[in-house]
Design a protein. Structure first.
Length: 195
């Protein structure tokens, strides 16, 4: 079993980020078109609030469902990588959730002020102030994004420092990323000679 290297995993990560970003074009286009057609004020504000709320379900479906179902996300597949449990068995739903849990939690924390505003709630003790008017909402969001960046950076550092090329999320979930075996070259069939 050959473990997936750092650069190959980084390439898979970048491909996955591009695919997830492109998948958001259709829902964002629908919302922006509807806001312009209905002549609602502030399509940019709608976009700013809509995007984070839609990204989490898309990212969960992409990083949890696809990995649990197929053992790979499209970026991993294109980079000839596969995720499996340490014993070589297929990835379970639990392992897929554990792998992506920290990033999903940090993303949810970053989106919390916008989610709070979207639901029309106010912070306790701040009567009448929604999350976006709350003065620390932006700092809250930046702090969660910074923590997510630190998490991802630490994952790549840990990945480079161990022989099995396991990231922190792999240690948490008991998984390992391996290279897909190259297809064996098959010799052409021998010509049959009449006997």
């Amino acid at each position: 079993m050959e473990y997936g290297g750092c650069w190959r995993r980084l390439g898979a990560f970048c491909i996955d980020q591009i695919i997830v970003s492109l998948s958001m074009i259709i829902p964002v286009s629908i919302v922006l078109t509807a806001s312009w057609a209905l002549d609602t004020p502030g399509p940019t504000l709608i976009y700013q609030e809509f995007m984070p709320l839609c990204m989490l379900p898309v990212m969960l479906a992409y990083n949890v469902f696809l990995v649990a179902r197929y053992g790979v996300a499209p970026g991993m597949w294109l980079c000839k990588l596969k995720l499996q449990l340490q014993d070589g068995s297929a990835v379970t739903s639990r392992a897929a959730w554990l792998r992506y849990g920290v990033v999903a939690t940090l993303y949810l924390l970053a989106s919390l002020p916008k989610l709070w505003h979207f639901l029309g709630l106010s912070f306790p003790g701040l009567a009448g102030q929604t999350a976006l008017s709350f003065e620390n909402a932006y700092a809250w969001e930046l702090s969660a994004i910074f923590l997510a960046f630190l998490w991802m950076l630490s994952e790549f550092i840990v990945l480079m420092l161990n022989k099995q090329r396991r990231a922190l999320q792999d240690f948490m979930a008991g998984t390992v990323v391996v290279k897909l075996p190259a297809r064996a070259t098959q010799a052409p069939p021998l010509a049959s000679t009449p006997t």
